[in-house]
Design a protein around this ligand. Structure first.
Ligand SMILES: *Cc1c(COP(=O)(O)O)cnc(C)c1O
Length: 371
């Protein structure tokens, strides 16, 4: 029987058991080590803290289990994306990025790839297939795109880009392995910021690359070892702990987001709602076809910048903050970073609070912010 999200979630907290000897601690020990005891022939052992660490191995084991692919841990989402770019690209290559995805990915390309002779072009997520993929070495998708929540057809991008000779990469941060499975849809490499829902407690940055292609795994692992952008063992330990409750948190967050999106759509103060789970969302049919859940991010547009700021600041159960995916609901007005969205557009990251209490606080803040 093939693995489902539920069977992966059920087995995850028991994976360590097969490695335990009698008397070992059941929870994961934290190994803080730059040096290891390696007399004589060092092959086959932990040698040095920039090459390996037992706590990384443990978190990579959980991530590999969830992805159904080899996972390599990084100190942040951007470190994972950098490993893919710098590990796989060379001068003369051309990359295609989403115009409406996480903006730092585009800034990284402009600031560091372009001067190395790697051209970067962009395309809106909603029409990502238009124009084909001829001439690109690497095609990068992010769906739903953060923050606008447009969607592209992952399987179609994967097969058309592969036919054109490109490597395909998907940033799956907004969905997690429980919400969407780009590798199963034909994507070559997945990147994700575990800073968000996988760690879930807003206290560490982390990321990973996952792939079923050994050449991609070798390239990003070599990049990590040689460039030295390695995860800290304590951060790996925190993410390992976070992953043990990801399925529970993600399930609550997605269910609450779905309910809240429906109620927001009915509310007089809200001009527009983007949520892939709403039947009339432009991305709904595609979302139903390729996503396991509709996610915990909701885009809502209020009448003005001031109303949006007032709503965020006055809601007792919303933490005003950039970033998302924590146990606490958070929100921000994305235009403050220069994203191409309406000034009244709010990205709401629904957390783990009991949903009726959360909705009560959201409704009160909408009333207070006015129409
Ligand atoms: C946050 C985020 C990143 C970057 O992650 P960091 O851990 O902050 O480096 C990359 N992609 C998406 C979609 C994100 O939301």
């Amino acid at each position: 029987m093939s693995e489902t999200s539920k069977s992966r979630a059920a087995r995850l907290p028991h994976l360590r058991r097969e490695t335990l000897r009698k008397g070992d601690p059941v929870p994961l020990p934290l190994t803080m080590a730059a040096m290891f005891h390696v007399p004589g022939d060092p092959t086959g052992f932990s040698q040095y803290g920039r090459f390996t660490n037992p706590t990384w191995d443990a978190v990579e084991k959980l991530l590999s289990h969830l992805e159904g692919a080899t996972a390599v841990a990084f100190p942040s989402g951007m470190a994972a994306i950098s490993a893919v770019f710098f590990g796989l690209l060379k001068s003369g290559d051309k990359v295609l990025l989403p115009a409406d995805g996480y903006y730092t990915t585009r800034v990284l390309a402009d600031r560091f790839l372009t001067p190395m002779g790697i051209a970067a072009e962009t395309r809106p997520t909603a029409t990502f297939l238009d124009g084909g993929f001829a001439g690109y070495r690497l095609v990068f998708v992010e769906t739903p795109a953060n923050p606008g929540l447009d969607i592209c057809d992952i399987a179609a991008v994967a097969s058309e880009a592969r036919a054109a000779g490109a490597i395909t990469v998907a940033d799956n941060t907004t969905m997690t392995p429980y919400g969407q499975r780009p590798l199963d849809l034909g994507i070559d490499a997945l990147v994700a910021a575990d800073t968000k829902a996988p760690n879930g407690h807003s206290d560490t940055l982390f990321g990973h690359v996952a792939s079923r292609d050994p050449a991609i795994i070798e390239a990003v692992t070599d990049w990590r070892k040689l460039a030295g952008g390695i995860p800290g063992p304590f951060e790996a330990w925190l993410v390992h702990r976070g992953l043990e409750t990801l399925e529970l948190r993600f399930d609550r967050m997605c269910a609450s987001a779905e309910l809240i999106a429906r109620r927001l759509r009915e509310h007089a103060a809200v001009r527009a709602v983007r949520y892939p789970g709403l039947e009339d969302d432009p991305a709904h049919n595609l979302a139903r076809a390729q996503m396991e859940r509709f996610g915990f991010l909701v885009g809502l547009t209020l009448g003005s910048m001031d109303r949006a700021e007032a709503f965020i600041d006055q809601c007792a159960l919303i933490q005003p903050a950039t970033s998302f995916g924590g146990v606490h609901t958070s929100a921000e007005r994305r235009a403050r970073w220069g994203d191409a969205v309406d000034p009244g557009f709010v990205r709401l990251s629904v957390g783990c609070e009991p949903v009726e209490e959360l909705w009560g606080a959201i409704e009160a803040a909408l009333e207070a912010a006015g129409q």
